[in-house]
Every structure is written in C-alpha cells, then in structure tokens.
Design a binder for this molecule. Structure first.
Ligand code: ZN
Length: 554
C-alpha cells in the first residue's frame, strides 16, 4: 500500500481501508443495527429449527455482503454505501416504530401522499435516529480513505470474495431448502423487511410499474348503462358517497364499541354493516379497487387503470358525478369526472398548514345541490382519521375522550392517549357523516337522497406493536381490514323505489360484506341497469320489491 503525503507536509489522519473491507464492515453494520425487525421475525419463524436459523443468518449475511462488494469500485463504493446506509436507517425507523413494511404498495402510498401528510412523520425522534444510525456512519464512510488495488488485481480479488459469499449463500439455502421454502410460503413478509435490499427493490419495482402504466388508457365499461326505475321525474335521485379514511370498524359504537363514538349517527336511522372487510390496507389500493368492477381477489393496480370504473358507468347512464377531495386525491378514479381538490383553497374556517378539517366537505354540499340538473352522485373523500397526527383531525369541541395524544410521536403518548385521540377522530367523522345526511334531509322536497359511507381501510393503534396501516393484506390484522360501512336513505325514496330498509338492516347485521359490494350496490341505489351489474354483489338486491329487481336485470 503506498502512503500519500498530505498537503502542508502533515501526516494524513484519515485512515485507509481496503474497499472490500469497507463493504464488509458496512454490510455488517446494516445487518446488526438496521434489521431489528427482520431478525426478530426470522428468529420467531425458525424457533423449531435452530440449525436452519444459524444457516439462515450465515446465508443472508453472506448474500448482503456479496451484494455490497459488487459495488466496490473507484468513485462508486462510497456513494453506494452511503445510499445503502441511509435507506436502511430510514426504513428501519418505520419498521421498528410503526411495524410498517416497505413493500411496493407502501412505496406507492408514500409516492402519492401529500407533503402535509409526510411532514407529520418527521418528528424530532425520527431526525435523531436517522442522524445517529444513518448520517453519522455515512460521515465515517465519507471520511476514510479507500485503498483500491490495481484494477486487474482488484477484479480478480473482488470476484473471488463475491464467489465465496455466493457459495455460502447457496450452501445455506440448499442445506435447509425445505424449511426455507415452508417458512417463505407461510411468512411472505419476512424477506420484505430485509434492509436496505427490499426497500430498494420495492422502489425499483414501483418505478418500473409506474413507467409501464403511464400510457394506459382505460377500456370502456358498461357502455350499455342506463337509468331505469325512474319513480319521480321532478325529483332528481341524489347519492352522496362519503369515502372515509382510516376508520376501523372496531371503534364504531354502531358496531358495539364500548365508547360512544357514534352518538349522532345512532339517531339517524342508518343501516350499519358491522362485518365489512376492505380491499386493501392502504388508500392507494382500496380506493381504486372499491370503485372498480373487480373483486378484491381479481383486482390489481394495473387492471384498475386499464378499466373504467363505477363513476364512468354512472356517467354513461347520464348520472352527473362530482368528486370533492379533502384527502390525498382520487388515485385515477375521478380522471373522467368533475374533480376538485380542496386543501389548496386554504379556507380559513377549516384549513391550516395545507390540511383541512372534513367539515369543508359538508360546507360545499349546498353549493353543489343548488347546481344539480338531474340524477347525481357526489363523492366526498375524507381526511377522516389519518394518522399519526390524529389530534389535528378534530376541533376542540370534539376532544370528548381525554386525555388525548397531542403529538404525532406515539412514543410520547400512552396507549390510552393514542386511542382517545383516534376515537375523537371517529366521533368527528360521526358528526361529519350526520351533517351530510342532514343536508339531504333539508332538501327532502326537491331531491330523493341517500348516503353511503365506508372507510378505505382500518388502522393499528399499537396492537402487537403495529401502528398505522399498510401491512401486506395476507398478514394484516383485523384492525386494518375491518371497516365501518353504513347506508342512509330518505323514507320516500325507499318507499317509492322499493327498498325494504328493515330487510336490509336485518341482512346487514347478520351477513358479511366487503368493498366488493360497493360497485354493484351504488348501481342498485341509482337504479342503473347494465350487463356489468351483478345483483349477487348488490347489498340491496335481496331487499328490493320484485318489479324493481326485474327492471335492473332488464
Ligand atoms: Zn386510507
């Protein structure tokens, strides 16, 4: 190794490290410090077979080391290692603090979330953590001098080390192949938590997906759609769909929750569906899925983009559709209908720091109703219970459950405070949806109104160490997949159009439902007939008078 003289004749105090050694040390650091969740999961899944676990540790470590050494080349090593360390640091924070797994759907979620939303996650503790586990080691990597071998020698030496790593990886994999295959199948989430490899792979997969999907044109759907069963020509039929955000079924007192979180809806003669599951565990999945013609098992992001949705079918039946958004957008659902994103209005009555309370949606209903010309559907996309800053979702008068967590840093609040803050958001949603119903009641003489409310997914509030949402569906806890859903319908509309609400209430209480029902139920509510309508998925169909059923089925 040659020794370079530092300027001004002083000895250079920056230590020299071989590039392969630096890669190995960095790999070891990342494996030890930023993969807590990965090792905890792995040790849990391999408890019955300690030998397989030891081989797994050796194989994974060798694999990660080999991958890092792949980037051992002049001008490449340092930036790549720093990138790996920073990604691993940030990802591990979300793994450990929220139990969040950074898979492709989570990246999609992050990519489409608003600045205000993301800002809530940047807490002082987050900054400190990233400073200590990401920035500090990166500074060390930047500071040391790398001693590179002459190019040919380096090529030979690096190849040798990478081959050795690969050999260990393969040997470990084949020696306990059956165990690994079994664990892999049963616990698909395990590898998703390996930092920084999987978050980077997920991001790459997301970008490739986005590229491939950028020129997709939605295929027409329900071209035969038309309104049938028009009962009162003078009175437009009006449905308001309140698309909720992050409300979980468990905390709705309409479904039996011990705290009274639905005092206003309880007085409004709504039909509540206590057993309803969501399509996804994140907005970016659930919203396009539930407005699509596909069921949860059929749906994919690509298929959603490639096909028109419920709103397009309604439009084809000459129903006017408007989407007002107070959340994070329509996820391409409202691409072909009237759409307004409300936060930029910065209405001082409701908005602060780029976010608005959901009453802004209620405030816009009268203006919309004044301008409707015929049968119409209004979608109100709520900010709802979006975390972690639950306390910013509701005004002072809805701080009914106290003490409530007043921070977006969960570690500074007790479990009780977090739950109270969350329950106050539900209480506020109870108020908002009730006000939507009241707006239509006030117009009972001029419109035939109904309201459909559902949440997009639930939320974890610390059960089993998991917070927020977005857990891969197959392993997601019920708190994230069980959502509230309810219907309100004006009495005269129900009577005239043959909706038996007592029958519906009975079926709602007894049956199990899901987002799969929404597409077909809204077509049922609006009496839109089309061959893509499936009465088996319309919650109203079994409770309609025969003549109305016949009309819908043509
Ligand atoms: Zn959501």
């Amino acid at each position: 190794m040659t020794h370079k003289q530092a300027p001004f004749g002083r000895q250079n105090i920056r230590p020299a490290v071989g590039s392969v050694l630096l890669c190995l040390i960095t790999a070891l650091y990342v494996l030890l410090v930023t993969n807590r969740m990965f090792w905890i999961k792995a040790s849990g899944y391999f408890t019955a077979e300690p030998a397989a676990f030891i081989a797994f540790i050796a194989g994974i470590s060798a694999g990660v080391a080999g991958l890092f050494i792949l980037f051992s080349a002049k001008y490449v090593t340092k930036p790549v290692l720093i990138f790996f360390v920073m990604v691993a640091s940030v990802s591990s924070w979300f793994n450990d603090q929220f139990g969040v797994i950074i898979d492709k759907e989570m990246i999609r979620n992050a990519a489409v979330s608003t600045g205000a939303e993301s800002a809530h996650l940047i807490t002082a503790r987050f900054m400190t953590y990233v400073l200590l586990t990401g920035v500090l080691p990166s500074l060390v990597i930047g500071w040391v001098r790398i001693a590179h071998r002459p190019i040919l020698k380096k090529l030979a030496y690096n190849t040798l080390v990478i081959l050795a790593c690969t050999a260990i990886f393969v040997a470990a994999g084949t020696s306990f192949y059956k165990t690994y295959a079994g664990v892999g199948r049963a616990h698909r989430d395990l590898m998703d938590t390996l930092n920084p490899v999987m978050p980077i792979a997920s991001a790459v997969r997301y970008v490739i997906d986005a590229q491939r999907n950028s020129d997709v044109v939605a295929e027409p759907l329900g071209t035969d759609a038309r309104r049938v069963g028009v009962v009162d020509k003078g009175k437009p039929r009006v449905t308001i769909i309140v698309a909720g955000e992050t409300a979980r079924a468990q905390d709705f007192s309409l479904g039996g929750y011990a705290k009274m979180t639905n005092p206003e809806l309880a007085k409004r003669n709504v039909v509540y569906f206590p057993n309803t599951s969501s399509c996804g565990t994140a907005t970016a999945t659930s919203i396009p899925c539930l407005f699509s013609v596909y069921t949860r098992t059929q749906y994919s992001h690509r298929k959603g983009l490639e096909t028109e949705n419920l709103l397009d079918v309604l439009t084809r039946a000459k129903v006017d559709v408007t989407w007002l958004d107070n959340d994070t957008g329509s996820y391409d659902v409202a691409n072909r209908v009237s759409y307004t994103y409300l936060p930029p209005s910065a209405d001082p009555r409701f908005c602060k720091d780029d976010e608005c309370r959901d009453e802004i949606l209620v405030d816009r209903i009268d203006g919309w109703l004044n301008n409707i010309r015929g049968d119409s559907v209004l979608v109100l996309h709520q900010l709802g219970s979006h975390g972690p800053a639950y306390y910013q979702r509701y005004p002072e008068e809805f701080r009914r459950f106290q003490p409530d967590c007043r921070s977006n840093d969960f570690s500074s609040c007790s479990q009780e405070e977090i739950t109270n803050a969350y329950d106050n958001t539900i209480l506020y949603t109870d108020h908002v949806v009730s006000m939507v119903i009241d707006k239509l009641k006030q117009r009972a003489n001029t419109v035939s109104g109904s309201v459909l409310y559902f949440s997009d997914h639930g939320e974890s509030l610390g059960e089993n160490g998991i917070y927020l949402h977005g857990t891969p569906y197959i392993i997601a806890p019920a708190q994230q997949t069980q959502v509230p859903m309810l219907v309100w319908m004006a009495d005269d509309l129900a009577k005239a159009a043959g909706f038996d609400m007592a029958c519906l209430a009975k079926r709602a209480a007894e049956g199990t439902y899901s987002h799969d029902n929404i597409f077909h139920s809204v077509l049922g509510m609006m009496d839109v007939s089309t061959k893509v309508y499936d009465p088996k998925l319309d919650v109203f169909a079994p409770c309609r008078t025969p003549s109305n059923k016949l009309a819908l089925n043509r």
